[in-house]
Design a binder for this molecule. Structure first.
Ligand code: GLY
Length: 431
């Protein structure tokens, strides 16, 4: 039976997006395509998101204020982007108040909030992991580093905005980072415990799935570019670009299913954890096959920016299926195209940088998505307002076409000190 327009409108939903990055702008764009969305709100959002949603400045760590807002605005679906509010139990609060919310609860978010929790889970349930030890005593950590030698990886146990992982090339570097974490509170409570892992040689790839705790549906494979400089040199950033599909995981489908996802789902069942949302598995492809580097409890940034433009399904329907544990009924469909994202950042990022530079040329850009991260509007001008400023996303029938489209449009955009990598997806071109 064909529904009348009024009937359709009655079934439409008010959606609230929590977060302010490129990932959340990309999610907002995808949700805006849904026939089920009546009105969107964002907390706090950014300039790009403000074109699609009403943005409100509420502390994303204040669970009761978020719930009050959702009640007042009659929100029917909440989508939480970043890990910090997830680890703070925001989903549990929405659920307690009868508000449908997409993302893992506090217990499940531990997979990102505690590296030690994750490493122990991986070991106990036989997923492909890495040798590690955990420490709260600096002396013991130092002795372990001296015994194992370098290169070696030292990680703050808790959340540290992507800065808590240190790949030490020398024992001295590893000991210094361990001291900063354990004796100098480098990341506060998040580094009162560290874990030290073996260093792995290989290429990193991001494997994201939707899961409702009973089953999972993989997204298309993608690869991030974490280092600031070309050739993967220099300090880590939040991500300087991404592309999809990343062919590196092709041929590992069976391994991903049997050795990772089936064991993950069986393991959480045994531990009494309900995990509903996105699970992001960071993998290193070593000569011995894929090994798990980390779990994140949310969509990746900038991976989301190259995954969602390829998704054919209505994202609201997928999220509903996750929340209602009906994911089995969903068949994810993907565009066959390639997608590339290049991040434009402020001079100095990931260290200190200036804000408030005028961004020119945004109106001249065509055929690509312009996703905002650190931007704001002042007196009719768009200004930089963060380290990662904009994401330019292009689709193409080949990776080269997607890259050419993306980089050619970047030439029209400028702001003082604008920086970007010219080698995004270069590794994918040969595959
Ligand atoms: N792209 C890395 C992350 O989202 O953690």
């Amino acid at each position: 039976m064909i529904k009348s327009l009024d009937e359709e409108k009655d079934n439409m939903r008010n959606v609230l997006i929590i977060g302010s990055g490129g990932r959340e702008h990309s999610i907002a764009l995808k949700l805006a395509e849904s026939r089920q969305v009546k009105k969107m709100f964002a907390i706090p959002g950014n300039f790009g998101i403000s074109k699609l949603a009403e943005c409100c400045n509420i502390d994303i760590m204040n669970n009761s204020a978020l719930v009050d807002f959702a009640k007042e605005k009659q929100v029917d679906l909440v989508v939480v982007g970043p890990e910090v509010p997830l680890a703070n139990g925001v989903i549990d609060e929405f659920e307690k108040n009868g508000i449908s919310a997409f993302g893992p609860n506090k217990k499940a978010a531990q997979f990102e909030a505690s590296k030690s929790f994750t490493r122990k889970f991986i070991k106990k349930h036989g997923l492909p992991g890495i040798d590690f030890e955990e420490f709260t005593s600096f002396e013991n950590a130092k002795n372990y580093i001296e015994k194992k030698g370098a290169p070696i990886v030292v990680k703050a146990d808790g959340l540290a905005a992507g800065k808590g992982v240190f790949v030490a090339r020398t024992e001295e570097e590893a000991i210094t980072f361990a001291r900063e974490c354990l004796e100098e509170n480098k990341f506060g409570k998040s580094s009162s415990k560290i874990i030290i892992e073996d260093f792995l040689e290989g290429e990193e790839v991001s494997y994201l799935v939707f899961t409702d705790s009973k089953t999972y549906k993989p997204m298309v494979y993608s690869q991030d570019h974490k280092q600031i400089y070309e050739g993967d040199k220099g300090p880590n950033t939040g991500g300087m670009g991404a592309y999809s599909p990343a062919r590196l995981l092709e041929g590992f489908e069976d391994f991903l299913d049997k050795e990772i996802m089936s064991k993950f789902l069986a393991g959480i069942k045994e531990e009494g954890i309900e995990y509903k949302g996105v699970l992001y598995v960071g993998l290193m492809i070593t000569k011995d096959g894929p090994k798990i580097l980390e779990f994140n409890c949310r969509f990746g940034d900038p991976e989301t920016q190259v995954i969602l433009p390829r998704l054919e399904n209505d994202l609201v329907e997928v999220m509903d299926a996750v929340i209602h544990q009906d994911l089995n009924s969903v068949k994810l469909e993907w565009k066959k195209e390639y997608c590339v994202c290049v991040v434009l950042s402020s001079k100095g990022y990931p260290n200190s940088y200036e804000k408030g530079k005028v961004i020119n040329g945004l109106d001249d850009v065509k055929d690509v998505q312009v996703i905002h991260a650190g931007t704001k509007e002042e007196n009719g001008r768009v200004l930089t307002n963060g380290g990662r400023v904009l994401n330019i996303i292009g689709l193409g029938k080949t990776l080269k076409e997607a890259l050419d489209k993306t980089y050619s449009q970047i030439e029209d955009i400028s702001f003082e000190g604008m920086y970007y990598r010219h080698d995004i997806a270069a590794k994918g071109l040969g595959k």
